[in-house]
Design a protein around this ligand. Structure first.
Ligand SMILES: [Zn+2]
Ligand SMILES: [Zn+2]
Length: 485
């Protein structure tokens, strides 16, 4: 800073020098998002430049927090980021880490955590979100899919980019003893959706503070019923994706340290379906089996045959699962039952493989039943919305997340993660528009936030909240910069 005070000439020279340094690599950054094929050779230039000038070492999450406390810039004004620089990422992070912002975002999350609501019952959660949006003077559409909200920030003009948070809790009794434990017996935010809502509300505040920078419109989607009921599908039917050309979402993860971001290109989460088959025969005394038609034998053969779908028909390099999880033939020791009920689940990473599994499961049940003179019916619960397609990240949108996250939290705090056999209803969005889903770490051994989602011991390190809010905001603002006019 002293440079600028020594002499006017030195100041001019220095300004030109800095400008030349900034402008060259950032042209590369801009094209790397719009072209997935060229991204890999453009990107290293960007990282090298930041390493050599601004980011001498990749900051830890603690560094990022300290950085904001020592900042001297006005946190609610922003520079023109039409050409994105590291300083733009820093500004977003500094707004997110401001003490008052952190306090507020944590309080929002705690209120939601104390009052968990199941699928399509998120009335109070939705009300809280709307109240916060109103305080920020952010317009929204409500209701979509019973409790869902579509809010917008920016110019109101294209392009439209969406950020999504899910709002529903789980029918689980919280086992964590803490000040803000769930006040509703048998219900708990055990998957971190309370944190997702808080992070998106936090992002809304950052984006509102930087609204004049937005070269298009950010759509905030607060959706119901991710855990059950295909809330995403219902939101889409209600117009949540109107005009939207790309969508992003985060999920907290106990597998990564707090604030570490992970994702991958292509299939990230599996498609998931469930089945229930009824194999019917003819009941009779077990002592005279020739007078009955035995559905237990038919069902047993079906279970074995189902295992051959993956082991003999699927590409071993393309992971798939068929699991029979329940086999119910009654409890009579002396009688061959009239019918057997079997149920289970199946997973695959591509839509084609997923529906091929569904077709073969149906065929195996009906054909194996007929071999043993029985009949079979198979229900895939399609009418109850329990089928989730695979979540597939678009190459270009993944690259955008990777670039934004690396810039914001440092390259060593971004991880390429393997695909997982879990499922997410974000897949419905990713089926229709370019999308990217990413994880954000909440693991902190000291606090005890080490448990997997859907565990009654699940808890999060709340330090993730401002980082998640900043990541969402940077993804959206930078997307509009790259693709806006
Ligand atoms: Zn879940
Ligand atoms: Zn979840």
């Amino acid at each position: 800073m002293k440079f600028f005070l020594n002499s006017y000439k030195k100041a001019i020279f220095f300004t030109i020098f800095i400008y030349c340094m900034l402008i060259t690599p950032l042209k590369g950054a801009k094209t790397s998002v719009s072209s997935s094929s060229s991204s890999s050779d453009q990107q290293p230039k960007l990282i090298t430049y930041f390493k050599s000038t601004t980011l001498l070492k990749t900051p830890t999450i603690k560094d990022l927090q300290n950085q904001s406390r020592t900042s001297k810039i006005n946190l609610f004004t922003s520079s023109d980021c039409s050409i994105w620089t590291k300083e733009c990422s820093n500004e977003i992070l500094k707004i997110a880490q401001k003490t008052e912002h952190v306090k507020w975002i944590k309080s929002v999350r705690r209120k939601i955590h104390e009052h968990p609501e199941l699928a399509f019952q998120e009335f109070e959660t939705s009300k809280l979100v709307r109240q916060e949006l109103e305080k920020m003077e952010i317009s929204y559409r409500f209701p979509l899919a019973t409790t869902g909200i579509r809010a917008t920030i920016g110019s109101g003009q294209p392009p439209f980019v969406a950020l999504r948070a899910d709002m529903d809790a789980l029918p689980i009794q919280e086992a964590v003893e803490w000040e803000h434990k769930s006040k509703i017996a048998g219900k708990m935010h055990a998957c971190g959706h309370d944190a997702h809502v808080a992070m998106l509300i936090g992002a809304a505040r950052i984006l509102k503070a930087r609204e004049k920078n937005l070269k298009g419109t950010v759509v905030l989607i607060f959706q119901p019923a991710e855990e059950a009921g295909n809330g995403a599908k219902r939101m889409m039917k209600a117009g949540a994706l109107e005009n939207v050309e790309a969508i992003f979402a985060a999920h907290v993860s106990h597998q990564h340290p707090t604030g570490v971001i992970g994702s991958r290109t292509g299939p990230l989460l599996a498609g998931c379906g469930f089945f229930k088959a009824v194999i019917s025969g003819k009941t009779g005394q077990a002592s005279n089996p020739h007078h009955s038609i035995d559905p237990v034998l038919a069902a047993s053969a079906a279970v074995i045959s189902l295992q051959t779908i993956v082991s003999r028909e699927s590409n071993p390099l393309d992971s798939q699962v068929v699991s029979v999880t329940s086999f119910n033939a009654g409890d009579n020791l002396d009688v061959i039952p009239e019918s057997v009920i079997l149920s289970g689940t199946f997973r695959a990473f591509s839509t084609i493989n997923f529906y091929q599994l569904l077709k073969r499961i149906r065929e195996v049940f009906t054909e194996q039943a007929s071999v043993f003179r029985c009949s079979a019916t198979v229900d895939f619960f399609e009418d109850k919305d329990t089928i989730y397609p695979p979540t597939v990240n678009d190459d270009t949108m993944y690259e955008h997340v990777r670039m934004v996250a690396s810039d914001l939290v440092g390259t060593t705090n971004f991880k390429v993660v393997p695909p997982m056999m879990g499922a997410e209803d974000f897949s419905f969005y990713s089926e229709v528009i370019p999308a990217a889903f990413f994880y954000i770490g909440i693991r902190n051994e000291t606090l005890g936030s080490i448990h997997t989602g859907h565990s009654p011991h699940f808890m999060i390190d709340e330090d993730v909240l401002p980082i998640g809010a900043a990541t969402h905001a940077a993804i959206a603002e930078r997307y509009l910069n790259e693709y806006g006019s």
